[in-house]
Write a protein that binds this ligand. Sequence first.
Ligand SMILES: C[S@@+](CC[C@H](N)C(=O)[O-])C[C@H]1O[C@@H](n2cnc3c(N)ncnc32)[C@H](O)[C@@H]1O
Length: 324
Amino acid sequence: MPGPQPSDRHVPVMLDRVVALLAPALQQPGAVVVDATLGLGGHSEAFLREFPEARLIGLDRDPDALRLAGERLAPYAERTTFVHAVYDELPGVLAELGVPAIDGILFDLGVSSMQLDEAERGFAYAQDTPLDMRMDSTAPTTAADILNTYSAADLARILFQYGEEKFARRIADRIVRARETEPFTTSARLSELVRDAIPQAARRTGGHPAKRTFQALRIEVNGELDVLRRALPAAIDALALHGRIVVMSYHSLEDRITKQTLAAGTRTDVPDDLPVIPAGHEPYLKLLTRGAERPTEEEVAVNPRAASARVRAAERVRAKGLVA
Ligand SMILES: C[S@@+](CC[C@H](N)C(=O)[O-])C[C@H]1O[C@@H](n2cnc3c(N)ncnc32)[C@H](O)[C@@H]1O
């Protein structure tokens, strides 16, 4: 019996809006669009259908996602190139492919529903699964490695910074004490420890008590924020004039990095009292979204995983090579 289809394993979020934001840059023959987070190829399939003259480069750090997306997009094989890469490797990927500039790029951040649903990958806190959390199962460090080896201070720092967890120190101390008896291997023990560490009154808000700890571990395992901080400026730098970037975040840390990176491109470094902005110092980006756009209630009702999505987009308005 055939397994579930890619389209059943992950529903692309805010699909029509993402396509509309990129459309003006992708209508011309030979336009190049990069899907930096190919996943199950849901957005990419729409790009290939809606922009029949465009060529697509799809990246993913998860070899399973690349394989499944490759099968799904096989009808478009002549216009697609798939690369196993972390998205901050984009400049090297483009150089290798001989692509000097791109016309559109999408970052649909985080994990796919397929990754969340595959219990053995250990992203889920509601089931007892191995503490893995690697998006690329060939990468060296798992969540269990972090729990069993980091100092209490380092654990507290990542829980606080990446999980925005108020009780980071208490949880970190308990992790260090618990691993002296037995190392951590599966998620249920960690979920329980976190629940017990959080005072009863604080447990009633913010969803599952272990949610923030699991988010923090996932971000640390995959180096998610550092990679994003490097990748967004590199992607903007790769855009041709009038090329467009669309970024979809699922938590406030990703959205903050996106907001700051895009905003930096809309400002000029010239003092306010200068009557004209000298050439080469004009802003290089124009925002295409006012604040962050959210999915409609109708979309969230059909696809609850869209609930936390926030989209920001910008257009390159000064030619490549002039970013300060
Ligand atoms: C939300 S899913 C993308 C879903 C896709 N847009 C679709 O509709 O099918 C995110 C994907 O990005 C990949 N990913 C996350 N961080 C990455 C990174 N730093 N570099 C490359 N791929 C990454 C994950 O492995 C996952 O497959």
